[in-house]
Design a protein around this ligand. Structure first.
Ligand SMILES: [Zn+2]
Length: 335
């Protein structure tokens, strides 16, 4: 199928019933490869016209739980189990995944800051444009799996953004709860510019994401949460007819209210955290300190939390630079 308003070719027919696997073919004619192409795997599992959900992972190339879980789901899901359509792109930012980096090594862009992309732009712009112009126009639901990448580690959570449309926000919360991750994060602080989530909101598509771990690792526990969660949501939305896969816990709702929830390093050095993920924090509490390794006259510089709550995210690396985010403090919200 050739998408007329994109320079990217999709070699499967997304409207056709049955199971298909193919590629998005992104033109990338460069010194190393004249008429070269970047191949992005895509699966379509369809049984009927609607509803359709788009599942994506690997928007950031150093976040691995999503691509692993979605590749497993794509290979195992059968059209006979589905009502409507499931489009799966486990690794959207293939150049960044191959490089093991958050942003694309080709154009340096952060894919989740440049939506709706540009048909005639650089590789990352073209991919974002394809998602926005070609895929979002044909779907009802979207889940975009992220984690903390190499420089952050989150508690296992699904996340969604505050919406201007409160009815949409309530529907999103219910779908996010159905994922059944240990935590659900409501973000009230996000700069909306260029997010895939903002493109979905503009089109009225129900959307949420995840922050499943990170630290550049893949853990069996978090892959299982991702696989089970996606299957639970497919069932919740009526796309998959099966029993929910039970868990032992009820998801806890947390929110990040503003930028004061982020603790930033104020010096270059070695970050020594005092708290683990999930620890409770008091307002003003010292959450860690930075050791300045090349100065005998300066003791460790303490870092304080401006908020009370729990540690939902932490920098897993010892090495920090001034301005790096080292911790995010969320607070529990009752439903
Ligand atoms: Zn991400």
């Amino acid at each position: 199928m050739e998408a007329p308003s994109s320079r990217i070719l999709c070699d499967i027919d997304l409207d056709q019933n049955g199971k298909q696997a193919g590629y998005l073919r992104v033109p990338n004619s460069v010194n190393e490869s004249a008429y070269g192409t970047i191949l992005i795997p895509i699966w379509s599992i369809r049984n009927g016209k609607e509803p359709t959900i788009l599942l994506t992972g690997g928007v950031h190339g150093d976040e691995y739980e999503g691509p692993v879980a979605l590749r497993k789901i794509a290979r195992s899901l059968d059209p006979s189990e589905v009502v409507g359509g499931v489009i799966i792109i486990p690794g959207l930012n293939v150049p960044a995944i191959r490089a093991g980096t958050r942003t694309s090594p080709i154009d340096g862009l952060n894919m989740n800051r440049i939506f709706p992309g540009d048909r005639d732009g650089s590789v990352t712009m073209m991919i974002a444009h394809f998602v926005d112009a070609i895929l979002l126009s044909r779907i009802d639901y979207q889940i975009d799996l992220h984690s903390g990448g190499k420089t952050l580690e989150f508690l296992p959570m699904v996340s969604f953004k505050e919406s201007r449309d409160k009815d949409r926000e309530t529907r999103t919360l219910k779908a996010a709860m159905a994922f059944d991750a240990p935590y659900v994060l409501l973000n009230r602080d996000l700069d909306e510019t260029g997010l895939l989530e903002s493109s979905c909101e503009a089109r009225g598509i129900l959307h949420f994401g995840s922050e499943l771990g990170g630290a550049g690792r893949v853990t069996p526990e978090y892959v299982k949460i991702a696989e089970r969660g996606v299957m639970n949501v497919l069932r919740y939305l009526g796309i998959r007819d099966s029993a929910a896969i039970p868990s032992e816990t009820i998801p806890k709702l947390v929110e990040v209210e503003d930028l004061n929830c982020y603790v930033m390093a104020e010096e270059n050095g070695i970050f020594e955290p005092f708290l683990d993920l999930g620890s409770t924090v008091q307002e003003g509490e010292v959450i860690g300190q930075v050791h300045i390794v090349d100065n005998i006259g300066t003791g460790p510089v303490p870092l304080n939390s401006a908020r009370r709550g729990i540690v939902i995210c932490r920098r897993p690396l010892g090495d920090v630079r001034r301005g790096d985010n080292v911790m995010i403090i969320g607070r529990y919200v009752s439903l």
